[in-house]
Design a protein around this ligand. Structure first.
Ligand code: F6R
Length: 259
């Protein structure tokens, strides 16, 4: 069963996950981070600015989860730009070591295989940060995605395009297609850390953590992972049947265990 940690707010979640990442980098200077975009991971990246200050991060490597297909990489909302702006620059990471799937149309036929090869060559992802969509997607694995899927092109649902329209001038500007790590790719990471905040995510979180394993809710794939940590605020936890047990478990967890 995934470990569920219910925290007071997004800031507390960011601090908790950032601490885990700092400890990982202390153990392994060239740690491989799996980087999510969107709003949810921002408190983690914010907390890392402070917690990593003064530390050597020159060897740290990273792989983004996904990218829009056909978007100009220089567009401010391409995930290449977002990762550069929110992660690489503020944390002082080496841009050469941070990878984002290539959404360029000219090479899209083999971009998925290329990305899988790059992750494998790096020895796999140590800690994968995840958000979850209101329709239950992780990465951009929309409902119906195979649990065995690898990095490939997907069509975004109308729901996801509406959710992401806030980053663009209008929904018409939100790309139709994306290239995303598959559920099978994500499950290969050694530690999954899924964050979710707000009432709007409560149903997806409950389905992912406690619902049946189903392609209809791709986030439920996390139940197959031996080390998955779910960090949620009270609102996102509000539909969890076992919320009291998760609080009790975390309150009684030995300090040495980490998350
Ligand atoms: C982003 C990603 C998506 C988001 C999800 C939630 O790289 O893969 O799965 O995590 O769409 O987005 P936010 O955090 O903006 O609510």
């Amino acid at each position: 069963m995934a470990e569920v940690v219910i925290v007071e707010n997004a800031e507390a979640a960011g601090a908790l996950v950032a601490t885990e990442i700092v400890e990982l980098i202390e153990r392994r200077a060239d740690a491989v981070l799996g980087l999510a975009t969107g709003s949810t991971p921002l408190p983690v990246y914010q907390a890392l600015r402070t917690q990593l200050a003064g530390r050597d991060v020159s060897q740290v490597r990273g792989f983004a989860l996904d990218e829009y297909v056909g978007i100009d990489p220089a567009h401010p909302e391409s995930y290449r730009s977002v990762i550069t702006r929110e992660v690489v620059e503020p944390l002082g990471l080496d841009p050469q070591r941070i990878h984002v799937p290539n959404g360029a149309l000219a090479t899209i036929q083999h971009a998925g295989d290329d990305y899988e090869a790059a992750i494998d060559a790096a020895g796999g992802v140590d800690l994968q940060i995840l958000g979850i969509g209101t329709d239950g997607h992780i990465g951009f694995n929309e409902p119906g995605s195979s649990f065995a899927s690898r990095t490939r092109v997907k069509t975004l649902t109308e729901q996801t395009r509406e959710d992401n329209a806030r980053f663009f001038d209008s929904i018409d500007d939100v790309p139709m297609h994306c290239i995303t790590q598959g559920l099978g790719t994500i499950l290969k990471a050694r530690h999954l850390v899924l964050l979710a905040f707000g009432e709007g995510k409560a149903e997806a979180v409950a389905g992912a953590v406690e619902g049946p394993l189903t392609a209809l809710l791709p986030g439920s794939a996390i139940q197959l992972h031996p080390h998955a940590t779910i960090v949620v605020d009270e609102a996102a936890a509000s539909r969890l049947a076992l919320a009291d047990y998760y609080r009790y478990t975390f309150a009684n967890k030995p300090a040495w265990q980490g998350i």
